[in-house]
Every structure is written in structure tokens, then in C-alpha cells.
Design a protein around this ligand. Structure first.
Ligand code: HEC
Length: 161
């Protein structure tokens, strides 16, 4: 039996209501998540320290007294040096994760020679998907370092020259 026209309308508007209800709650949720900005000092730097700083730190002497220099001249232990970047230029472009080598090298396939951290050095953990996403969000939000200036466990570049 074909239902009378009114009940068809009723069903259609009910559907619309349910749809609106679902989409409005998920919008609110998205806003909630985005309202807390990524904090560099507590959410980004610890990851860089574990996975990158071993090779991207100011010059130092190793156990055998040999001088070691930051790979690609990229130092990740201080804000100014991160902003300055590597031999090849800037590694972060505020607002543009797609143009930020700091993230792009991590996203390269594991078997790519330029992938970071290099797979053969197992002491440096690969980033988890969540850590990569946090880094990406930090760049997208404008690379705000907050109050963080440098990791005091390392000399500044000015001191090590
Ligand atoms: C085991 C040592 C090691 C670790 C750990 C490491 N890197 Fe590197 N990184 C290198 C070397 C070596 C190069 C130079 C590669 C080259 O010049 O071809 C380099 C180069 C780079 C460059 C410059 C690429 C360019 O454009 O010249 C970036 C950016 C970079 N690393 C980011 C990172 C990040 C981010 C991490 C941590 C997730 C990291 N690296 C961890 C050894 C390391």
C-alpha cells in the first residue's frame, strides 16, 4: 500500500532532523579538538629529542674525543636554529606542513634514503602516526614555540662557536 502523502513528509523531515542532529554534534566535537593548540615544549620537542636530536644537535666531542657536527647543519635543540633550517634552507614553513622538510622527511617511505630518522639507526624511534599528526598540526597552527627558546641540556649555537 502507498502511504498517505503526509506520513511520507513526516518521515522526510524526521530524517532531516536526525541528520542535522548528528552533523551538529560532530561539528562541535571538531571545534573542541581544534580549540587546544599544540604545545611545542610538551608535545613536539620531546618527540624531536628522542628521534632526531642525536644527529641534529650543536657540535660536540664524542667518547673518543672526535668532533661531531650536526647532520645537514640542522640543529633542533634551539628555536633560532630550527627557524634557520638546514644546508638546503628552511625546514619549517609556518601554516604549510606540505612545504616543511621537518615533516616531509618523516613522511617519506622507510626505504627512501632521505627518510628521517634513518631506519638503520634503531636507537632513534620512528614516529607514531599520532606524533606525526601532532607535528603536522603544530606547523599548520603557525609553528608557535610558546616560551620555549632552547633545550638547556645542550649549549646554544652561539656558545658552541
Ligand atoms: C642517525 C642520524 C639521524 C637522525 C636520528 C635524524 N637525522 Fe635527519 N639527517 C641525517 C643525515 C645524515 C642527514 C643528511 C642527509 C643528506 O644530506 O643527504 C639528515 C638531514 C635531515 C634534513 C635535511 C634534509 C635536507 O633538505 O637537506 C632534515 C629536515 C632532517 N634530517 C630532519 C630530521 C628529523 C625531523 C629527524 C627526526 C624525526 C631526523 N632528521 C633524525 C641524520 C639523522
Amino acid at each position: 500500500m502507498i502511504p498517505p502523502i503526509d506520513s511520507v513528509r513526516l518521515l522526510a523531515s524526521l530524517n532531516a532532523c536526525v541528520f542535522l542532529l548528528i552533523s551538529s554534534t560532530s561539528c562541535e566535537r571538531a571545534e573542541e579538538v581544534n580549540s587546544s593548540k599544540v604545545d611545542f615544549a610538551t608535545e613536539v620537542y620531546p618527540v624531536l629529542h628522542a628521534s632526531c636530536v642525536g644527529c641534529h644537535r650543536p657540535p660536540y666531542k664524542n667518547d673518543r674525543g672526535r668532533p661531531r657536527y650536526p647532520e645537514a647543519h640542522l640543529v633542533l635543540t634551539e628555536k633560532e636554529a630550527i627557524i634557520r633550517g638546514a644546508d638546503s634552507g628552511e625546514v619549517i614553513v609556518p601554516g604549510k606542513p606540505d612545504e616543511s622538510e621537518l615533516l616531509l622527511t618523516i613522511l617519506l617511505p622507510l626505504d627512501d634514503d632521505d627518510h628521517m630518522p634513518p631506519v638503520e639507526d634503531e636507537e632513534y624511534p620512528q614516529l607514531t602516526k599520532e606524533e606525526t599528526e601532532t607535528l603536522s598540526r603544530w606547523i599548520k597552527e603557525g609553528c608557535d614555540f610558546g616560551d620555549w627558546v632552547h633545550d638547556s641540556r645542550y649549549p646554544t649555537m652561539a656558545e658552541s662557536h
